[in-house]
Design a protein around this ligand. Structure first.
Ligand code: PLP
Length: 398
């Protein structure tokens, strides 16, 4: 089976029916195997597992636990992947991926999550891994130079955080594969419902399952999907660093995935409604949303995504202080980092996710102090819109 075989069922069906494994009692949902180790009748049976001839539960830190296996079946099916591995956080998944496949050098395209940026800029170079960050998304010429020089991994997010820029996964994959390099995409913002990077040609997809996959702001987890061949070398890192997901959290995440399609459709529809309603608001310089025809990546989003997601950027005409005032006046949007949950959230990237960067560095990346990032939740869209309007015009006309 290839890593991007066309699926027989749509994503909502796969999210619910992918788990084929049953426990001894036929429970349709794998229970929580709250156990550290699994006993074998004799040495021959044990050796079949330790020597890799049979995949079976053995030791939970190794990820060999039925609750985890069941979750991973669903995660793989959602990304139309042959295999999936669950980790205790998004960063655990990203670290294992970069440590495994980054050894020949990593080229990072466009803006990426702050934790990923620290790994690429501070920690991996200290381990002798060459990393190159190209701010301009798919800068094909610069990418070509690094690929010719032998870089083995191209890493990107699309849409990006916080400016929701789009990168053409198929074009990057085509270019990277000509040089024998792998392509990994952080699909956290898009979710597997709105975008399947493997089907577009990428080799690996990574998710912070803390966000939309978990969807309720009550768990921390990560996942990587791809072919068994590209995933299997990551196993050693997950085992050695001890970063497999716990069975309790795996069961909670499995439960969340059954409603993923429903939730993402609602997040996306509400974000589209809000983006359109605020597009010409006099207090705003710009609304950043891939579903708006005015967005520079709109045509690409229409090609590579089946929905535009629940993340939205607004730039205040009145600058950074105006943005802070709006964030403070919002009542239904909690002022908190993270995204992808039932509750709407707001952040001002210059004071949170990108506070580490100097004002000059932020300016170079186009991240204005006037930018607010909104994670549109599952509340009534009319209520969210009314809240945004009262925060944007404190003294209603008339
Ligand atoms: C949150 C996030 C991460 C890190 O995930 P954790 O689960 O917090 O470790 C990685 N990438 C993106 C795009 C994120 O939003």
């Amino acid at each position: 089976m290839s890593s991007s075989q066309p699926p027989r069922h749509g994503p909502a069906t796969r999210a619910i029916h992918a788990q084929r494994q049953r426990d001894a009692f036929g429970s349709p949902h794998m229970p929580i195997y709250d156990t550290t180790t699994f006993a074998y009748p004799d040495t021959a049976a044990l050796r079949e597992v330790t020597e890799g001839r049979r995949r079976a539960p053995l030791y939970t830190r190794y990820g060999q636990n039925p609750t985890l296996y069941a979750l991973e079946e669903t995660l793989a099916a959602l990304e139309q992947a042959e295999s999936a591995w669950a980790f205790c956080s998004g960063m655990a998944a990203i670290s294992a991926l970069l440590l495994t496949h980054g050894r020949r050098g990593i080229v990072c395209l466009g803006e990426v999550y702050g934790g990923t940026m620290s790994l690429l800029e501070r920690h991996l170079p200290g381990l002798g891994i060459d990393t190159h960050c190209l701010l301009e998304g798919h800068d094909a010429e610069a990418l070509e130079r690094y690929l010719v020089a032998g870089a083995g991994l191209v890493y990107l997010e699309t849409p990006t955080n916080p400016r929701l820029q789009l990168i053409d996964v198929a074009a990057v994959a085509e270019q990277a594969h000509r040089h024998g390099a792998l392509v990994a995409v952080d699909g956290t913002f898009a979710t597997p419902i709105n975008q399947n990077p493997l089907a577009l040609g990428a080799d690996l997809v990574v998710h912070s399952a803390t966000k939309y996959l978990g969807g309720h702001g009550d768990l921390t987890a990560g996942a990587v999907m791809g072919s068994a061949e590209v995933l299997s070398p990551m196993w050693a890192w997950r085992q050695s660093l001890g970063t497999a997901l716990s069975p309790q959290t795996a069961a909670l995440l499995s439960r969340s995935l059954r409603t993923l399609a429903l939730r993402v459709q609602r997040h996306s529809a509400s974000a589209q409604t809000i983006a359109e309603a605020l597009a010409n608001h006099p207090a705003l310089a710009r609304v950043l949303y891939p579903g708006l025809p005015s967005h520079p990546g709109h045509a690409l989003a229409c090609r590579q995504m089946s929905g535009f997601g629940g993340m939205l950027g607004i730039e205040l005409a009145g600058g950074g202080e105006a943005a802070a005032r709006v964030a403070d006046r919002l009542a239904l949007f909690a002022l908190a980092p993270s995204l992808g949950g039932a509750e709407s959230l707001v952040t001002q990237p210059c004071t949170t996710s990108h506070a580490d960067l100097s004002p000059r560095e932020r300016a170079r990346r186009g991240i204005g102090d006037n930018l607010l990032r909104l994670s549109i939740g599952l509340e009534e869209v009319e209520d969210l819109l009314a809240d945004l309007r009262q925060a944007l015009d404190p003294e209603p006309a008339g």
